[in-house]
Each structure stands twice: as C-alpha cells, then as structure tokens.
Design a protein around this ligand. Structure first.
Ligand SMILES: [Zn+2]
Length: 305
C-alpha cells in the first residue's frame, strides 16, 4: 500500500488545471484528460493516445487493483477526466462507487467489452466466478486496444485518425508478440508446462498458451490458503516435479517462500500479473511484461538454471 501511494503522488502533476471536463470542442486546445483504473490500462491508453492525452492511473505500478482504497485526490481526478478506462469483469468493484461519489461526467470505456469472460475454478462454495485477468491473453489485449481507441475517438473526434493509426500499430505488435509467446512455450515439453504462482491471475494466459497454473491464493489477493491447501500443493510440487514456482509483483511472497522451502524447490522470481513495474523496473509496459514473464517462465518450466 505504501509503495503504491508514494508512487502515485507525482502523477497529480499531470492533471489539467482547468478544473472542468473537456468537451470535443476544446480538444485541440488541451490534451484529453484520461483516467485509467490500473497501470496496464494506463500504458495502453498512453500508446493509443500519444501526445493527445494525459493519463492518470489510479492503481499505480506494483499496486493491487483487487483491494484498492481510493483517496480524495482520485475523486478529484475523475471529476476532471473526459474519459475513464476500466477493465470491467469485476476487477474494480471500488470504481463504480468512486465514479458515483465523484459525480463525474466522463465517458466510461470498458476495455474488456467483447471479450468472452473465463470463469475461475470452483471457489470451494460450489460456484466459480468471473476471472477479470483477461489482459494476460494478448488476443484480448488487442480487443482492449480497439475499445480504448474507440472510446478516445468518441470523446475527441478530431483525434480519431491518430487514435486509429496508433491502435493499428500497437495491435500489430501485440499480434507478433502473441506468436513469439507461442514459439517460446512450444520449446517446453508438454509435461513440464506447469507453474505455481501466488494468486490466480494467469487463467487466460494458461488457456491461451497451454500452460497449467496452480495458485494457492485465490483470485482475491486478500484471501489466504488454509494449511491443508498448502500441504496439498507441496505434495503436488514433489510428485509432479514442478520446478516453476513464482511470486507476483503485487502479492506477499511469504507464502510462496514457505511453500518452496518445504517442497525443496526455489522461487524462480517475480512474475508481473496485475500491475506493471515502475519505468526503471523489468516490466514497465504491457509488452515488456510478457517478455519479462516468458524470460522467467520458460527456463523455470524446463528445469534449467
Ligand atoms: Zn489479480
């Protein structure tokens, strides 16, 4: 929490000072003020919007969007925004409340619109729930880009051509990256495509690229697994000779450290799932996140190093 708050403060300086929402009429006069709910969307909006937009991200780098506590300055940012970009699929239950209390007139853009949602594994109460982590499939990332470009163009018609051009270039890169991820995974024998990670954020990734992800912590990063669940995982790691054990950048590593120690394997590093790193870190953009994660996952699944 402290990390996130400290990192977010400098973004306040990016806010326009006019104190009113922009309308298409003055889109030429000042950049379009966009609020993105979390860092991955913030990066995509910057790519699509370019110089025509300023972007404020509510849940910052290394932050946890599942348990975010909005501050008064976030409501102020929403009031001044022309566009708000959210993930949807229940990732940001706090955002609807914030939008209501802020009384913003910003255009709401839902990045996952048109994505077929995946359901989480059974949560132990007899039913699964919607999995919000759709961005972990690069084909869905291309849908996000299309939705963001359409939302920006609707708020700023004069920029429509720019947004469409930027979106097309980005979608081309994401399609190429998708092919690269598939090649990388293909270099790992089928039986070894198993990964343990701290929270259940890689369901779409696993389904898209053919990897089984096993997470002791549920979708919500606040929940802790029981002792029996951890013991069962340790047996599974040993029995299936799983060598790819990871923590995530926005979760508490203590649980996975313990699991790895007791199962006699080592934690292979930090995967980026729900948030990007700061600019100087290993995953400052959506595209860099995939390159970083694959760079760790492939040798770990192969049992190298
Ligand atoms: Zn998550």
């Amino acid at each position: 929490m402290l990390r996130r708050s400290a990192l977010l403060l400098p973004f306040a300086s990016l806010l326009p000072t006019g104190g009113r929402a922009q309308t298409p009429a003055d889109a030429n006069a000042a950049p379009l003020a966009v609020v993105a709910s979390f860092s991955i969307l913030g990066d995509l909006v910057r790519e699509v919007g370019g110089d025509r937009v300023t972007v404020r991200t509510l849940v910052g780098t290394n932050g946890d969007a599942h348990v975010f506590q909005p501050r008064p300055s976030d409501a102020a940012a929403l009031r001044e925004a022309a566009v708000v970009v959210r993930n949807g699929l229940n990732l940001e239950p706090w955002l609807d409340r914030l939008v209501r209390s802020a009384g913003t007139r910003a255009r709401m853009v839902t990045a996952t619109e048109g994505v077929t949602p995946r359901r989480m594994e059974d949560d132990g109460h007899g039913h699964g729930s919607i999995d919000p982590h759709a961005w972990q499939d690069l084909r869905h990332g291309q849908v996000f880009v299309r939705n963001i470009a359409a939302g920006l163009a609707a708020a700023d018609p004069a920029g429509a051509e720019t947004y469409a051009r930027n979106a097309e270039a980005l979608r081309g890169r994401l399609a190429a990256l998708d092919g690269w991820v598939r090649e990388q995974v293909a270099s790992v024998p089928d039986a070894r495509r198993k990964v343990i990670t701290s929270h259940d954020a890689f369901g779409y990734f696993g389904a898209a690229y053919g990897i089984s992800f096993i997470a002791p912590q549920g979708m919500n990063t606040e929940s802790e697994p029981s002792a029996a669940q951890v013991a069962r995982l340790i047996r599974q790691v040993r029995a299936q000779n799983i060598t790819a054990v990871f923590i995530e950048n926005m979760t508490n590593p203590a649980l996975l450290d313990r699991l790895a120690r007791e199962a006699g394997v080592r934690v292979r590093g930090e995967l980026f799932s729900d948030a990007l790193s700061p600019p100087e870190g290993p995953a400052p953009t959506y595209e860099a996140m995939f390159r970083h994660n694959l760079g760790l996952l492939v040798p770990a699944m192969r049992g190298e190093g």
